[in-house]
Each structure stands twice: as structure tokens, then as C-alpha cells.
Design a protein around this ligand. Structure first.
Ligand code: FAD
Length: 377
């Protein structure tokens, strides 16, 4: 097996790397740019290049390109620190979900805005007390009493990334309280400007406020915005999580930090412990990349993205920990300068999030044990 990219893919990768270099320079903190780097100008640039919905069918305005082409583009954009958060969730998750479960009208209504980089989306899944346990969600959607076919939604979401800047929330709500917990959930696309929605930003340890609380009070949602099967969300969510978990965003979020650290002169490469750890990090990175490639090519076992995400995000944490140990006291001051010490301090504060968001490492190990390896519960 020759892992070298063919010339046309290498050209595409180089092109994406150049775009990343240009746009990462606009932010002092290029790490985790797919989730915290919101830049609407870049969104339209990506759209103009055809780098949103690259693999979606051309009949819906997608690029009709191969998963590998998309892989090389997003790998370079994210590893290079391009602030792509404005389009990332919809590109990674919402678009594919609408293509798989949405009606023809829903695809025509929502895909064009995603593809041209003008509509921003957020994921309304987690709730206070119900993050890992999706089946326990309590936000309720009940049919409107006026017989319009609309739904009235009440409840609260939390940790909703990008909610304060989103146009749409892809919301999961309980539609049948009498069914078994996992059997009574449905999915809705909700306009964030609907009366009754209040968004409160949460400031995290790094000082960033990308994730939010979303409060829903008597929010009226058109019946036509129900996506997929009524009470059939659980199966759909599991499919959606496959899009969320197996991707390159889980491996390269802080790759630039490692590269910049190596170039910085801060590393004493005569120290055997440092040399060993650098070799281990580079080896883990290459293994993680192969795991992601296998997911990308559809060659991973079903549900294996749980293992891929766990391996890759634990790698990202290891990298942040290594950087902090090397930088020592220089990595203790998180100021806005964006110098290397400050970037490492930010990365250290952010690193715990890797193994929480998108499913915690503990939950994913359960999935691996029970559903992939078939171990007893
Ligand atoms: C940066 C960031 C961005 C996020 N963005 C979004 C977003 O956009 N939209 C969204 O909906 N959510 C988002 N989340 C929320 C994320 O999905 C949840 O935090 C995650 O699913 C964990 O849920 P929880 O926080 O309620 O923790 P809990 O589920 O309460 O878990 C607490 C601890 O208990 C452990 N645990 C729980 N159940 C079990 C079990 N059965 N076996 C073993 N251990 C268990 C967990 O592993 C964890 O260590 C984001 C989170 C972060 C950190």
C-alpha cells in the first residue's frame, strides 16, 4: 500500500494549506479552530472554492467529490488553524443528516444556505443532567392545540457550540413521554430567531465563549421542520454521531502547536525523555491518521468511530500535556498575545474538552466494548 497522495490530491492539499496559512494568521489562537474559530468571511471563501458539502450529491448543489478529496482539504484547513467553525457543524453533520433523513423539501430549503456559507448551525442535543445519556433528554415538543400541525417546544439545552451566532439549531426533543426513553425522541430544525428562544453564552476556562445555554420557552416549530421519523431520533442520532466522531477534526486540533513548538527552539532534543515522548507523539499521530482514513473510506467496522475518536482525542490531550511540560513556567500565563507560551497555556486549559465533547471517552469505551467487541454489559 502506497500512502503517498497522487499529484492531484497533493495539489488540493497544498491549496488548502495555503488558505489555512492565510486565515490562521487572522487569529492569535489557531488551535481548535473548527469549533472556536468563527469567521463568516472565510465561510463564503470556502463556499466559493467548493469546500463545503464536497461529497454531497451534485443534484443538491454538493461537490460530488470523493471522501478522500474532502479529507485532504479539511485536514489541511484544521491542522493549519483556519477558523472554519461557522460552517463546520453543518458541513460535517447537519447536511449529511438532512441528506439521509430529510424530505426533498427540507433538503431544498436548507442545503443551499449551508453550501453557500451563509447559514450557521448548532447542535441542540446535550441538556443539564443529560449529556451522555441521550435517552434521558427532557426538552419536550407537544403538538400545538390549534390543530396547525406545529409543535410547541419547552426545555433547555447546554454546551451548545456556536448557538449565539447560529441561524438554525438541530434540536432533539421528547415527543412521546410514555414510550421507552430512547423511543420517544424526535428531531427538529428550529429557526434561532423564533420567539421564546434565549441564548446565554458560557465562558470556558480559556476565556472563550463559543458554547452556550439555549432556553426554549413555548417555541413554535412548524410541523414541516420535523426531520425523519417521528419518535425515531435515537437511530438517527447514532448515525449522526458516526459523522461527528470519526473525522480528522478529532486528531489535528492542536497539531500546529506541536509543529510550532518543534520549530521554536524551546525543545531540548538532547534530553532522552523529551526525545522519547516526541517519538511517541509522532507515532500516535500517524496511527490516528490511519484510523481516520479508514473511517473516511468507509472501511472501519461499524461503530468503530467510538474507538477512533477516543484514540485521537487522547492523543490531542497527550500533545497538549507534552507542550505544557516542555514550556514549563512559560505556559502558565494565558494572555491575549497569542505567543507560543500563551497558546500552550490556552491549549492546556482546553484539552480536557477533547475527551468530553462528542461523547466522553468512558462512554465510547462502553460502546467499543459492548457493540464492537460484543463484551457482556
Ligand atoms: C467543548 C464542548 C463543546 C460541546 N458542544 C456541544 C454541542 O454543540 N451540542 C451539544 O449538544 N453538546 C455539546 N457538548 C456537550 C457534550 O456532548 C457533553 O458534555 C458530553 O456528552 C458529556 O455529557 P455531560 O457533560 O452531561 O457529562 P455526564 O454525562 O454527566 O458525564 C459525567 C461523567 O460521567 C461519566 N459517565 C456518564 N455515564 C457513564 C456511563 N454509563 N459509564 C461510564 N461513565 C459514565 C462521563 O464519562 C463523564 O466523565 C459540548 C461539550 C464540550 C466540552
Amino acid at each position: 500500500m502506497d500512502f503517498v497522495l497522487p499529484p492531484e490530491l497533493q495539489e488540493l492539499a497544498d491549496d488548502a494549506a495555503a488558505v489555512a496559512a492565510e486565515w490562521s494568521a487572522t487569529t492569535p489562537f489557531p488551535e481548535d479552530s473548527w469549533i472556536v474559530g468563527h469567521d463568516e468571511k472565510l465561510a463564503t471563501v470556502l463556499a466559493a472554492r467548493g469546500w463545503i458539502g464536497m461529497t454531497w450529491p451534485t443534484e443538491y448543489g454538493g461537490g460530488g467529490r470523493s471522501p478522500l478529496e474532502r479529507f485532504v482539504v479539511v485536514e489541511q484547513l484544521i491542522a493549519g488553524g483556519a477558523p472554519i467553525a461557522a460552517t463546520w457543524f453543518a458541513d460535517r453533520q447537519m447536511g449529511p443528516s438532512l441528506l439521509q433523513f430529510g424530505t426533498e423539501e427540507q433538503r431544498k430549503q436548507w442545503l443551499p444556505g449551508i453550501l453557500d456559507g451563509t447559514s450557521m448551525w448548532c447542535i441542540g442535543m446535550s441538556e443539564p443532567d443529560n449529556g451522555s445519556d441521550v435517552a434521558g433528554l427532557r426538552t419536550r415538543a407537544v403538538p400545538a392545540e390549534d390543530g396547525s400541525g406545529d409543535w410547541i417546544v419547552n426545555g433547555q439545552k447546554v454546551w451548545t457550540s456556536g448557538a449565539a451566532v447560529a441561524d438554525w439549531i438541530y434540536l432533539i426533543a421528547r415527543t412521546d413521554p410514555d414510550a421507552k426513553p430512547h423511543a420517544g425522541l424526535s428531531e427538529f430544525v428550529v429557526d434561532m430567531r423564533t420567539p421564546g428562544i434565549e441564548v446565554r453564552r458560557i465562558v470556558d476556562m480559556t476565556g472563550n465563549d463559543h458554547f452556550c445555554e439555549v432556553h426554549l420557552h413555548d417555541v413554535r416549530v412548524p410541523g414541516a421542520n420535523l426531520v425523519g421519523e417521528l419518535n425515531g431520533s435515537f437511530r438517527q442520532v447514532m448515525r449522526q454521531m458516526e459523522h461527528e466522531r470519526g473525522g480528522i477534526d478529532r486528531l489535528v486540533s492542536n497539531r500546529l502547536l506541536f509543529d510550532d513548538l518543534r520549530r521554536s527552539g524551546w525543545i531540548d532534543s538532547s534530553d532522552p525523555l523529551i526525545r522519547q515522548e516526541m517519538a511517541a507523539i509522532e507515532t500516535a499521530y500517524r496511527i490516528g491518521r490511519l484510523l481516520v482514513l479508514r473511517e473516511t473510506l468507509g472501511q472501519a467496522p461499524k461503530q468503530f468511530s467510538a474507538a477512533t475518536k477516543t484514540f485521537c482525542t487522547e492523543f490531542e490531550q497527550r500533545l497538549a500535556g507534552f507542550a505544557a511540560r516542555v514550556a514549563g513556567p512559560y505556559a502558565t500565563l494565558l494572555d491575549p498575545s497569542g505567543d507560543l507560551g500563551s497558546r500552550i497555556a490556552r491549549a492546556t486549559c482546553y484539552a480536557p474538552a477533547y475527551t468530553i465533547m462528542g461523547g466522553t471517552a468512558e462512554i465510547l469505551r462502553n460502546i467499543l466494548g459492548e457493540r464492537v467487541l460484543g463484551l457482556p454489559r
